[in-house]
Structures are given as structure tokens and as C-alpha cells.
Design a protein around this ligand. Sequence first.
Ligand code: 5RP
Length: 230
Amino acid sequence: MSVELKIEAARAALTLVRDGMRLGIGTGSTADEFIRLLADKVKDGLQITGVPTSIKTKNLCEELGIPLSTLEVMPELDLVIDGADEVDAEFQLIKGGGGALLREKIVAHASKAMAVIADESKLVDTLGAFPLPIEVNKFGLAATHTAISTVASKLGLSGEISLRGGEVSPFETDGGHLILDASFGHIPDASALSKELLEIPGVVEHGLFLGYAKVVFLASPDGVKQLGHL
Ligand code: 5RP
């Protein structure tokens, strides 16, 4: 996805932001472009209070002078604007490519609405080509890994489930957890998988965002398409 498309999707989503809004602010490279555009508007006088979905987003917002609060002070938000790794026609999402899925989902749940910013390549018929990030507790990692494989088999899903690495391996989330990326290839019944995963005690959260997104801004070289509305 080119930076230009990320900027265009972010610019389109900015039209939803109104004075006085309590705004959840997403994580990722598309969300970063949104933050830059939002900061310009704030400099021009827009009054919003942001709640960031990761330490990385918090740092960028602070650097650019966006006023921030927390869910402790502000437990209900008007809107969250965030990126996604995959979106289907029912606005079901896979998120967590950047590892911030837990805070992103907590913020989305606290928000009246969620708007997604992405390019058209993120729109899929069936979720799952992007490996599903599953945030897990460090304790009992092997047992949790096995339990996830068992659930997957029960639902007819297969594929490698690998511990996320990175510059510092294993990758550790803002909450101090680990991520298992599940390469299922396709997830025909995301609700069933969600329910089963959340029954595993070692699973902290997963990257299936079901029933959150109300609007999707999809950028392509022909322009930005808005799907859905607030
Ligand atoms: C981070 C996320 C991101 O929103 C998702 O990975 C999309 O990122 P990008 O805009 O860089 O493609 O869920 O946890």
C-alpha cells in the first residue's frame, strides 16, 4: 500500500471528526498518517481529545501536540479511527499486524463507532490470508499453543501457528504478552473461531474484530470509497 493511498484514506476519515469529540486513535502506518493530518487540524484549532491505542501512537501524538487522555479519565469515546490488515464485506476485520490488537479492541469497544482506514488490497472475500494475531499470556505458552491448534482442528482450520519475533524476539506487546500468528489461509466462520479462542484461558485476545466497524474508507488509485456510514 503506497503512502499516498494511506494518506488519502486517512484524509477521508478526518471528515468524520468534529469539535469536542472523544477520539480513539489507532495504530499502524495508516493510522500514523491519520495522526499527522489530525495534528495539522489541531494546530488550526480543532478541539478533540484523543485516546491512543498503543505506546507508539501515544508517543507520536504527544510529539505532534495532539491532546490526549486515557480510558480511566474518559471511559466512553465517540469514535475510533484505525487501520486493519483485512476487511470483509460484512466489515469483519483482522487486526494486530502491528501487535496492538488488545488495546485497539479495548478502545474500539469503548467507542460508539469505529471507522477503518485502508487501501483496497485489504478488502477480502474471506478473512484469513493474513495470519491471525492471537495475543497470549507468557505463562503456559506451549499449552495455549496446543489448545489453539485443537480448536483450529475442531473448526476444520489448519496452518502454521508461530510465535511472533522481530528485532527483539519474541515480540512483546504493550501489555507484556506474546503473539501467536495463525496462518489459517481462510476463516469461513470468524464468529465461531472467536468464541472458541476466547474460551482458552491463555488467550488474552485475538485479532478478529467482529461487529465493530461501521464505516470503511478504502483508498485506490481511482479515489477513496466510503463503505457504510456512522
Ligand atoms: C496494528 C493494526 C494495524 O491497524 C494494522 O496492522 C494495519 O496496519 P497498516 O496500516 O500499517 O497496514 O492492527 O495492531
